[in-house]
Structure formats: C-alpha cells, structure tokens
Write a protein that binds this ligand. Structure first.
Ligand code: NAG
Ligand code: NAG
Ligand code: NAG
Ligand code: CA
Length: 273
C-alpha cells in the first residue's frame, strides 16, 4: 500500500514537472531562496531533489537555522511565499507552500501541499529552513531597478555560499544587467567560485555565461522579462565579491546591435517601488 502511494506521489510529481512552463509571461517553477517570515527554500548544490532528511537538516543547521515547522511554513505562505518544489520540513514531513492555485502546481489547491510524514528518510527532496536572522543572499526581485551584490559586500564573501537571484520585470520589458565591480576567486574553468547568468527564470535553460576573476563582465540584456543569477563559492579562498545593477528597459532600446549605455531615458519611470 505504501509503495503504491509512493508510486502515485512520484507519478504526480512527474506530471507536475512536465506541466511547468510559461504562464502569464513568466515561468512558474521552482523559486529558489524566496524568503518570507524567516522561511526559505534550499536545494542541494547538486540540483533539485537531492537531499535526504539528514542532509536537509544539515543544510539548515549549517546556516544557523533549522527545519521550518508546518506553522512557520504556513505563516510564510500567508504573506506570499509560493514555491513549486517539494522539500523536507520539520518532523520528517515533505511538502511545499502554494499561494495561487494553478493546475501546473499544487494540483489546483492552495495551502501547504503536504506529502505527509515520510517513513523513508532516504528519499531525496529539497528543504525548507527557518532562520529569521539569515543574511540576504538571493531572492526574487521585481523592482524596475536594483543593485545586487555578493553576500557581505563590500567585505569578502564567505565560503560555501549559494545564492539565486530571480529577476522578473513587467511583461514586455527586458532586463539590462551592468556590472559595477567584480572580483571572484579566479581559476581557469571558473570551477571554484563563480557567478552564472541565465536568460531564463531558472538555472536549467538559457545559460548565458559563467564568470570569475577580476575582469568586469560585459553588459547583458535578457531576451524576455526574466533572468536568473546564480552565485556559488566553494569551501576555500574568498575574494572581494561583486556589485551589479539591473534596469528594466523597453524592448525598443535593444533592437540595434550596439550595446546600449544605461540611460535614464530608457528606464520606465512607473512601477517604482
Ligand atoms: C528509500 O528511498 C530511497 C531513495 O528513493 C530508495 O533508494 C530506497 O530503496 C528506499 N528504501 C526503502 C526501504 O523503501
Ligand atoms: C546584428 O547581429 C547579427 C548577429 O551578430 C548579425 O547577423 C546582423 O547582421 C547584425 N545586424 C546589424 C544591422 O548589424
Ligand atoms: C540619454 O539619452 C538621451 C536621448 O537619447 C540623451 O539626450 C541624454 O544625453 C542621454 N543621457 C545620458 C546620461 O547618456
Ligand atoms: Ca572559493
């Protein structure tokens, strides 16, 4: 009976995975590190659904937090924490918080989609941690203009950081990224520490570059209204970090082949928050 339930759960999960896609102009799938009320979502550095219960606990503990409780997850959900990826939370349970009902995530329901107590703690999922004092590292950014910097900047970043910034501007706009300062541990393949840019709302598609060293990367303009930045640092050797800025631009300004300079006149002045 248990095996049957497990097979059903896996089947539904696969169904959901297939159903992820564009809706209302943005990609609705996993949103890493969206943080609300001290609750945040982490996946393994190896990728999605790679953490056993023990590893999940270690991930939260490493950052000074602990597994989120059902009540903490629900409190975060009530203020908009919406993540379409199942993760471990307190007491060996697995689930995820859904705010907007949709057939592509949460089986049309809202609330904590709860897979319940898992007998097999070797199953691999993501994790939901609780740490009200966690430092800002990544997030979902919807402002028209925003400065993004490595954790702790202008101080050196710490080892073992993993940050995702998901940028989403208005439908029809594009995102113009400009680097202001850049210093990340240098190695030939950028295998140690790196910043990656994805022309997409996740880090699965749209890979557009991996950067390390101290050379300022060139400007980047997204094709759509979403972009993802991913920063990883390994377990040794830090550096000064980075600072960059993005600006939402009207598509017309990117139609020529020449790189546009960031110019106030291309910035749409509405929707400033
Ligand atoms: C527990 O889950 C893991 C990972 O899915 C699997 O390899 C293992 O066979 C499962 N163990 C039992 C007893 O079902
Ligand atoms: C723009 O760039 C593309 C690819 O780099 C090139 O094929 C095309 O000729 C360029 N167009 C103009 C107007 O320069
Ligand atoms: C921005 O663009 C406008 C019109 O193209 C131009 O007049 C202005 O000098 C530019 N400003 C900067 C700071 O480049
Ligand atoms: Ca390093």
């Amino acid at each position: 009976m248990l095996a049957f339930h497990l097979i059903c759960a896996i089947f539904l999960l696969l169904e959901e995975t297939r159903a992820w896609g564009y809706k209302d102009g943005i990609l609705h799938n996993s949103i890493w590190l969206e943080q609300a009320a001290g609750v945040y979502h982490r996946e393994s550095r190896k990728g999605r659904y790679q953490l056993t219960y023990k590893e999940a606990k270690a991930v939260c503990k490493y950052e000074g937090g602990k597994l989120a409780s059902h009540a903490q997850l629900e409190a975060a959900r009530k203020i908009g924490f919406h993540v379409c990826a199942a993760g471990w939370f307190d007491k060996g349970r697995v689930g995820y918080p859904i705010v907007k009902s949709g057939s592509n995530c949460g089986f049309g329901r809202v609330g904590i989609i709860d897979y319940g107590y898992r007998l097999n703690k070797s199953e691999r999922w993501d994790v939901y941690c609780y740490n009200p004092t966690a430092k800002q590292c990544g997030g979902v950014l919807t402002d028209q203009r925003r400065v993004i910097q490595s954790p702790g900047y202008p101080d050196e970043y710490e080892d073992k950081q993993i940050c995702y910034w998901h940028i989403r501007v208005r439908y029809g706009q594009q995102i113009h990224l400009r680097f202001l300062d850049f210093d990340v541990e240098d190695d030939p393949g950028c295998l140690a520490d790196f910043l990656e840019v994805f022309d997409s709302y996740d880090d699965i598609s749209g890979f557009s570059g991996r950067f390390c060293g101290d050379e300022l990367p060139e400007d980047f303009i997204s094709t759509g209204n979403v972009m993802t930045l991913k920063f990883l640092s390994d377990s040794s050797v830090s550096a000064g970090g980075f600072k960059l800025e993005y600006v939402a631009v009207a598509p017309a300004s990117t139609m020529s082949n020449t790189t546009i300079a960031t110019n106030e006149s291309t910035v749409l002045s509405f929707d400033q928050r």
